[in-house]
Design a protein around this ligand. Structure first.
Ligand SMILES: [Zn+2]
Length: 252
């Protein structure tokens, strides 16, 4: 892919970075990323990937914009209340960077729709808010060998890690949470401080760009936790579970 003169100008601050350069920017421009959930995390993920010049965003969410979303879901505005989140997000992405293609999946991804979306993507960013979707997404990514950037945020606490099924040593989401737990608390029940989703979501966008370009070291095998109240990060090694039913199961 050749970058136009306008691209060279628009993405010049990327191209100045030796770990990105023209080749990395071209890779970003060719990448197709599936963003699952256009809420608090999905908002900065989609906005930063669009600003960064991603080729195509597959936007998946079955929800509509509600007044209580606007405190943190910054891709949506007052005028979008009542609209499908994927439509509201696609309009904002178009306004930010018209070169970015978008595809709207206004459904809760499951079974065939989930597998089709993951198959079509080069990389998946999990911005969902429920364990069922997270586990199903993890299984689909492992089956289709797609890298998965996983983030979560609630109250004052956030966490982030990445999984890469293309690497035999990579753990998966089920190594971290082996069994389908009871449905966890959501932000609507527990609350969440507004910029926390910006911190974790922006970090997910950074991870996605690093995995796409191969720049630096990513978070595969490392889990980072952020506590906004104490202003502290902690990091844990995340080993592969040798008995994991997802990433250790024989491939068919
Ligand atoms: Zn696993």
């Amino acid at each position: 892919m050749n970058l136009s003169d306008n691209d060279l100008l628009r993405y010049s601050r990327h191209i100045l970075l030796p770990a990105i350069d023209i080749g990395g920017q071209a890779a970003i421009g060719q990448a197709r990323v599936l963003v699952v959930g256009l809420g608090g995390l999905g908002s900065p993920v989609a906005l930063y990937l669009a600003a960064a010049g991603i080729g195509e965003l597959l936007l998946a969410d079955d929800d509509r914009v509600d007044t209580s979303n606007l405190q943190r879901q910054i891709i949506h505005g007052e005028a979008s209340i009542g609209q499908a989140k994927v439509a509201s997000a696609a309009a904002q992405i178009q306004a930010l960077n018209p070169a970015v293609r978008t595809r709207q999946l206004a459904c809760r991804l499951a079974d065939a729709t989930l597998m089709d979306a993951v198959t079509d993507a080069d990389l998946v960013v999990d911005c969902s808010d429920n364990f069922g979707t997270r586990q199903a997404l993890n299984r689909a990514c492992w089956e289709r060998q797609k890298p998965l950037v996983s983030g979560a945020a609630i109250r004052w606490e956030g966490q982030i890690t990445s999984f890469d099924a293309r690497q035999s040593t990579s753990p998966c989401y089920a190594c971290l949470y082996p069994d389908l737990p009871e449905e966890g608390l959501t932000c609507s029940e527990s609350g969440v401080i507004s910029p926390l989703v910006g911190i974790i979501g922006s970090y997910q966008a950074l991870e996605a760009l690093k995995i796409i370009t191969g720049a630096g070291h990513n978070l595969v095998g490392r889990l980072q936790l952020f506590d906004g109240l104490t202003a502290s990060w902690r990091e844990f090694k995340l080993p592969k579970d040798q008995h994991c039913t997802v990433c250790q199961a024989p491939r068919v």
